[in-house]
Design a protein. Structure first.
Length: 161
């Protein structure tokens, strides 16, 4: 029992001698976050992209004839007005094509299998300074030709009913 008291006494006395009571507690280094390439957004006025001198191009290449089967129907899309407009229309494979800042007047012709997915929409560049804009869709090739014409300001849509 005397041996236990001596060992415990030595451990306690050693702990007091090693303890520096005047020092502040020290924390470990913070955990590091690996760099994932993300940067915080900056504050300030966003700078709009300046339109280039190149002519607008569709969001993807339009298909003017279907890849399978006959194409008895001819569709002519037209958008008239002044300035430019953002245009969306269905191509021969019924894919929606977007043309940004198309110079007006604008025209596209496709050949397709039917009249089910025929539509053109146009939106002017500035709703506050809306100018007259009109669209025409002419469908021919099967039966009597169909002409759909709409007029409006800023935005317009033409499609068979």
């Amino acid at each position: 029992m005397v041996l236990v008291v001596i060992v415990c006494g030595c451990l306690c006395a050693g702990g007091f001698l090693l303890d520096d009571t005047g020092s502040e507690p020290v924390s470990e280094e913070p955990w590091g976050v690996p760099d994932d390439g993300w940067t915080a957004p900056t504050r300030g006025v966003p700078v709009p992209e300046q339109p280039g001198a190149a002519s607008p191009s569709p969001s993807r290449q339009p298909i003017t004839r279907p890849t399978s089967g006959p194409a008895p129907v001819t569709v002519v899309y037209e958008v008239n007005g002044s300035g430019t407009a953002d245009i969306a229309y269905f191509d021969a494979e019924s894919d929606l094509i977007h043309v940004d800042a198309a110079k007006l007047p604008w025209r596209a012709t496709i050949r397709t299998n039917g009249k089910t997915r025929v539509m053109v929409e146009a939106t002017g560049p500035d709703i506050n300074n809306a100018t007259p804009i009109d669209c025409t869709v002419t469908i021919s090739g099967v039966g009597e030709p169909v002409v759909i014409k709409e007029q409006g300001y800023y935005g317009i849509s033409c499609a068979p009913e």
